[in-house]
Design a protein around this ligand. Structure first.
Ligand SMILES: [Zn+2]
Length: 179
């Protein structure tokens, strides 16, 4: 099971026995003490920022997907709303404040990190701007680029959830047919 790397999760955290095995796609079970650990998807947020048919894409500075394109965003912290997480990430990654993204759709993702594959539910927002805002790449964003919607190659985008989100957004806002 992709989300259950056995080498990293074989000892029961409750009794220490090596009887801790995947029980379902979202849980482990210990046959010695009956302890159950649930690993439900983590919530994450991302935003499609569009200006004059160009999308603001972040170049990832860290793995997974280092060097590939991503949307600005990140994981929701404990006790944080998705909107708060998005506002925090936009400020941390781009220095962007005072914007009001709108909820768009959600897509599932797998996020491999240091030997564990985290399952996530990515909440996608959109933000349409009249002018390109001044942004400063920081945190785990190496660089930001504005890519014309028609020139954006989904193969250059790091995650399946983000590829699906951009495809759904482009289907809603097709480029006008020339002529
Ligand atoms: Zn146990």
């Amino acid at each position: 099971m992709e989300s259950h790397p056995p080498a990293l999760m074989q000892y029961c955290p409750a009794c220490g026995q090596k009887t801790f095995v995947p029980h379902s796609p979202k849980s482990y079970h210990c046959s010695s003490c009956q302890f159950v650990l649930y690993l439900n998807p983590s919530a994450a947020v991302a935003v499609i920022i569009e200006c004059d048919r160009h999308l603001l894409m972040a170049v990832r500075g860290t793995d997974p997907g280092r060097g590939l394109l991503d949307l600005p965003g990140g994981f929701v912290d404990p006790q944080e709303t998705a909107e708060q997480a998005l506002a925090r990430e936009l400020e941390e990654e781009l220095g962007l404040t005072q914007v009001q993204p709108t909820y768009f759709a959600s897509f599932p993702n797998s996020y491999p990190y240091k030997g564990i594959v985290y399952q996530t539910t990515d909440l996608i927002y959109t933000l349409s701007l009249r002018d390109r805002p001044p942004v400063q790449a920081a945190d785990d964003v190496a660089q930001v680029v504005w890519v014309h919607q028609e020139a954006l190659k989904l193969d250059d985008v790091a995650f399946s959830s983000i590829r699906q989100a951009i495809a759904a957004y482009q289907a809603l806002t097709p480029c006008p047919t020339p002529g």
